[in-house]
Write a protein that binds this ligand. Structure first.
Ligand code: NI
Length: 172
C-alpha cells in the first residue's frame, strides 16, 4: 500500500501560497507525489486533494468523484480553467484542510479545465455539478484560495474561529 502524507490545516501558510507549475524534469517526482496524494485522499476520505495541502507547492491535483465501489482517480498536472458557464450553482463544500467545516459555495455550474496527464499529454475535461465544483475548489488551492473565501466575512470568521478551537482541542 502506498504511504499517505499528513494533511495540513488552516492556517498553514503554504495553503495561502501560489503553487509552482510542474516543469520538464519533474515527472518522476510528480508521479510519486500523485500516488501518495491519491492514497492520502482515499484514506481521509475525500474526493479531491491539491499538492499544497500535503506541503508540496506544485500545481498537482487529484480528484475522484466516482462511486466508492468503482474508483475513478483523476490526476491533473498544471490544471487551468479555460472556460466556465455564466450559469451558477450552489453546493455545500468542505475541505480536508478545514476538517468538519462545511458551507454553501456558489460557483459557475460548468467548467472546462485544461491539464497535463502524468505522461505529459494535454487533455481537456468538462465538468458539471459535483465534478465542476471539485475541479474549481482544487484549482483554487493552487492559487492559495480556500472555499471560505467565497463566504461573507462574518461566516468565514465564524468557521475559522470554530476550526481553530477544534484543532486546539485536538492537540490538547
Ligand atoms: Ni480543499
Amino acid at each position: 500500500m502506498t504511504e499517505t502524507m499528513p494533511i495540513l490545516y488552516v492556517p498553514s501558510p503554504i495553503l495561502r501560497a501560489r503553487a509552482k507549475p510542474v516543469g520538464p524534469g519533474d515527472e518522476d517526482r510528480v508521479r510519486v507525489l500523485a500516488e501518495k496524494m491519491l492514497a492520502t485522499m482515499y484514506a481521509a476520505p475525500g474526493i479531491g486533494l491539491a499538492a499544497p495541502q500535503v506541503g508540496e507547492g506544485l500545481r498537482v491535483v487529484v480528484i475522484d468523484v466516482g462511486p466508492k465501489d468503482a474508483p475513478t482517480p483523476l490526476v491533473l498536472v498544471n490544471p487551468e480553467v479555460v472556460a466556465q458557464s455564466m450559469e451558477l450553482a450552489t453546493r455545500e463544500e468542505g475541505c480536508l484542510s478545514l476538517p468538519n467545516m462545511f458551507a454553501d459555495v456558489t460557483r459557475p455550474l460548468k467548467v472546462k479545465v485544461r491539464f497535463h496527464t502524468l505522461d505529459g499529454s494535454r487533455r481537456d475535461i468538462e465538468g458539471e455539478g459535483l465534478l465542476s465544483a471539485c475541479l474549481q475548489h482544487e484549482i483554487d488551492h493552487l492559487n492559495g484560495v480556500l472555499f471560505v473565501d467565497y463566504l461573507s466575512a462574518l461566516k468565514r470568521n465564524m468557521i475559522l474561529r470554530k476550526l481553530a478551537k477544534e484543532l486546539k482541542l485536538k492537540r490538547e
